[in-house]
Design a protein around this ligand. Structure first.
Ligand code: NAD
Length: 496
């Protein structure tokens, strides 16, 4: 069967030839179902040029008209959510309910961005000096390059694009080449919602495309979400080129369980947060920190829940977990489980032993106990359905463990002790904290971001911080002169 070619969308028109392409698999079957064009320098420059030429018109478009586009987009996204979820499942592999979940969370960002008139309010100070007023305005940064990972092909592009466009910027979006169709679908919906061509352009590709964005003098800001090594290099290269950059990286999220926690609730939460989306979430729980003797009760409670998990094709309504993104990634995840015993850990459940029919990139879920901080299963972001358990004696040991980890994206505490929870919130060095909430992704009216090696740059993404990131402020000092009092004064002007 001939495969479809997924092409760029530049200035509202599809571009791209079958010159350099990459495979887009259906991870549930292993089928190479599409080819995606991998953009050349010229392709990306064309997209940047389209964004640059759309900028004067879009930044001059009234806030009301911009909000109208976002309202219409919200409506279209809701209406076509099932279609979009099917695209996500077919290229990413996550189950349909999970795909619908990410669309729902992306919609929150569109809703928040629709309130742009409130977010873009400036400030005004009357009579700062006699007859002199000062006000500030927020203006778009310009052309924004958005580079996104494979694991949330709808939500992460919407984290960036909804706010960037609301602020009057134009965008070049470079989605993951592993599941690129959702971005094209989104860009077409934006056009249908009334966004002028050229305001949002999609280019596909790899390092060639990304480097062209990072080096272009016509790109003013870069939003990146992906793994830590790439996030760090994007931050360094784009900021060395004078751009405003936010680069969100990888994670190793801990779930700390105190001895007083409800064991069943904690076990349910750990299973959901560790194995949902096959562990391919930057907010997945990958380390369970069992305090005191809680591990003796919690590990069997988790293990007892794993046999019943339904792993299969994400289009099957019975499936709770789908495959991993590629065969290579599945094999890498398996290698961590295979090496764990030799490092001194105890493999309680070995998901790599599970057999699956067909050529999909499936793997079973694994649970590894007695993990030490020097072991690879602890130090590396595995990004698969593997939960490690580290046992510690006290609350203080648990906090020290979390705080000494190089990542600081999300963390959760399970307890019934309000005082301990309050102290944890104060002590822990992590950007997003859940108290009896295993995946604390903030609602769209807040912003999302980790600390330490989980974020390079000083702005979190979406919500209020994105309106800061995607705007530049301008401060205007005004005097309406009284010609009778005009004088020459060469000294530096003071306020009086
Ligand atoms: P990735 O870093 O491999 O790729 C992310 C993007 O960078 C893609 O668009 C890719 O094409 C591009 N890229 C890859 N290699 C590059 C290179 N050498 N030079 C320039 N660009 C390059 O990440 P991924 O595998 O797509 O996504 C999974 C990772 O993303 C995990 O580490 C996960 O934790 C992280 N993530 C973080 C967040 C967050 O909010 N902190 C959210 C989602 C995913």
């Amino acid at each position: 069967m001939p495969v479809a070619l997924i092409r760029h969308l530049i200035d509202g028109v599809e571009h791209g030839e079958l010159v350099r392409t990459g495979p887009v698999f259906n991870p549930a079957t292993g089928e190479r179902q599409h080819e995606v064009v991998l953009g050349s320098v010229a392709d990306v420059e064309a997209a940047i040029a389209a964004a640059r030429s759309a900028l004067p018109g879009w930044r001059a478009t009234s806030l009301t008209k911009r909000a109208d586009v976002l309202f219409r987009l919200r409506h279209l996204l809701t209406e076509r959510s099932a279609e979009l979820a099917a695209i996500v499942t077919s290229e990413h592999g996550k189950v349909l309910s999970d795909a619908a979940g990410e669309i729902g969370r992306g919609l929150e960002n569109v809703e928040f961005a629709s309130g742009l008139i409130a977010q873009l309010k400036g400030e005004f100070s009357q009579q700062v000096s006699t007859g002199v007023d000062v006000h500030s305005v927020k203006q778009p940064v310009g052309v924004v390059g958005c580079i996104t990972p494979f694991n949330f092909p709808v939500m992460v592009p919407l984290w960036m694009v909804a706010s960037a466009i609301a602020c009057g910027n134009t965008v070049v979006l470079k989605p993951s080449e592993k599941d690129p169709s959702a971005s094209v679908f989104l860009a077409r919906l934006f056009l249908e919602a009334g966004l002028p061509a050229g305001v949002l352009n999609v280019v596909h590709g790899d390092k060639v495309a990304v480097d062209t964005i990072l080096d272009s003098p016509d790109v003013d800001a870069v939003s990146f979400v992906g793994s830590t090594p790439i996030a760090r290099s994007i931050y360094q290269r784009a900021s060395a080129n004078g751009k405003r950059v936010q680069a969100l990286g990888g994670a190793k999220n801990h779930m700390v369980v105190l001895a007083d926690a409800d064991i069943d609730a904690a076990a349910d939460a750990a299973v959901s947060a560790a194995y949902g989306s096959a562990g391919e979430r930057c907010m997945a729980v990958s380390v369970l920190v069992a305090v005191g003797d809680v591990g003796d009760r919690l590990v069997p409670a988790i293990a007892g829940r794993l046999d019943a998990l339904a792993i299969g094709d994400g289009t099957d309504a019975a499936s709770e977990m789908g495959p991993l993104i590629t065969a290579e990634h599945r094999d890498k995840v398996a290698s961590y489980v295979a090496g764990a015993e030799a490092e001194g850990a105890t493999v309680v459940v070995d998901g790599t032993a599970k057999q699956f029919d067909g050529d999909g990139f499936f793997i079973g879920v694994s649970l590894i106990d007695h993990v030490g901080t020097g072991m690879r299963v602890y130090t590396d972001e595995i990004f698969g359905p593997v939960l490690s358990v580290v046992r510690v004696a006290t609350y203080e040991d648990a906090v020290a463990l979390v705080n000494s980890n190089r990542y600081g994206n999300g963390v959760a505490l399970f307890t019934r002790d309000g005082g301990a929870a309050r102290q944890f919130e104060f002590d822990v060095e992590v950007g997003m904290v859940g108290i009896n909430v295993p995946i604390p992704v903030p609602v769209g009216a807040y912003s999302f971001g980790g600390w330490k090696d989980s974020l390079f740059g000083d702005s979190h993404i979406y919500g209020p911080e994105s309106f800061h990131f995607y705007t530049r402020s301008k401060v205007v000092t005004t005097r309406w002169p009284d010609p009778l009092h005009s004088t020459i004064e060469l000294a530096f002007p003071g306020n009086s």
